[in-house]
Design a protein around this ligand. Structure first.
Ligand code: GDP
Length: 295
């Protein structure tokens, strides 16, 4: 991902890399290029502007002009600031509950159901947890079947009740089942819609209030560009969620909106999805992502 942005930053920094006399003017020119690259990659305007101002201030403050290797110093500053922009240190998820309840939110097609399975598989195999998946989409029977198939694939139990049309009741029954059967994590997959609407928000908010999850995660398709930021904001306004899951980072995404999400909603990106398989999940590392962006 981020090929576009990476290439552009590379181009912008090329003249500074490793050698050459640097003046205040070409620091300004370079940061302008960096800003343009960020904007082209769909990064929110205000964030791109603040970002490049910080880079410029630091570059001039740290005597890039007199440094022996000004280009490398500049690349380091851009990388540090990019890492900071995406959240600094990696954040984990709260598994302290008995059981820990994790509520998944997001639009239809964002990758919620797939990620619910990936997370269950990750917690089972990497953290020795005993998860239970709960299917709360009462509108699309296919969504329940999909979670059921995922559960079979990773050998994780799935709770569902096709006769029940009340997602709050299903979520509560799922948690009760988890307690009774010794599951220490409950992952609740909810219904999404194709766009943000009041009914979906009211429903997810009702589930959220009723079950008080340890973690509320917002799943978003990284390929949806600037819309991803707007959707994140809409869900965060209602749920005040704990973290973001960026899916489809294996795809041909410009990815710039991903950079903006953390800044706009001030919530960490916790995991990324990198494919359709159950193993295609990674903890989000801001510094690794910055490395990838800068190439
Ligand atoms: P939901 O409606 O939010 O539950 O979304 P789904 O989990 O059904 O995912 C929608 C589509 O995206 C499915 O075809 C998934 O296989 C696919 N998908 C989910 N996550 C990823 C990912 O990280 N990479 C890719 N390439 N596809 C994904």
């Amino acid at each position: 991902m981020f090929d576009n942005l990476s290439e552009k930053l590379d181009k912008a920094l090329h003249t500074l890399r490793g050698h050459g006399q640097i003046t205040e003017i070409n620091v300004a020119e370079t940061t302008k290029e960096v800003r343009r690259a960020l904007l082209d990659a769909d990064v929110n305007f205000k964030i791109a502007k603040e970002f490049t101002n910080r880079v410029k201030e630091r570059a001039l403050g740290q005597n890039v002009l007199t440094s022996l290797q000004p280009g490398q110093l500049m690349v380091k500053i851009v990388k540090d600031e990019l890492t900071e922009l995406m959240g600094g240190e990696t954040e984990g998820i709260d598994l302290s509950g008995t059981p820990s309840v994790i509520l998944m939110s997001g639009l239809q097609g964002s990758g919620k159901t797939t990620f619910s399975g990936k997370l269950a598989n990750y917690l089972k195999t990497k953290k020795s947890k005993k998860p239970l998946l709960v299917a709360c989409d009462v509108y699309r029977p296919a969504a329940i079947d999909q979670l059921h198939i995922v559960g079979e694939q990773i050998e994780v139990d799935v709770y569902y009740d096709k006769d029940n049309k009340d997602p709050v009741a299903i979520a509560k029954a799922g948690i009760a089942k988890a307690k009774a059967e010794g599951h220490n994590v409950v992952i609740i997959d909810t219904a999404g819609r194709l766009a943000v609407d009041e009914k979906m928000m009211a429903e997810i908010s009702e589930i959220h209030n009723a079950i008080q999850p340890q973690e509320t995660l917002f799943v978003v398709d990284a390929m949806t560009g600037q819309d991803a930021v707007n959707t994140a904001k809409a869900f965060n306004d209602v749920l005040n969620f704990d973290g973001v899951i960026l899916t489809k980072l294996d795809g041909d995404t410009r990815g710039g909106a991903a950079i903006s999400i953390k800044s706009v909603v001030d919530k960490p990106i916790k995991f990324i999805g990198t494919g359709e398989k159950m193993e295609a999940i990674d903890v989000f590392h801001p510094s690794r992502m910055a490395d990838r962006i800068l190439g």
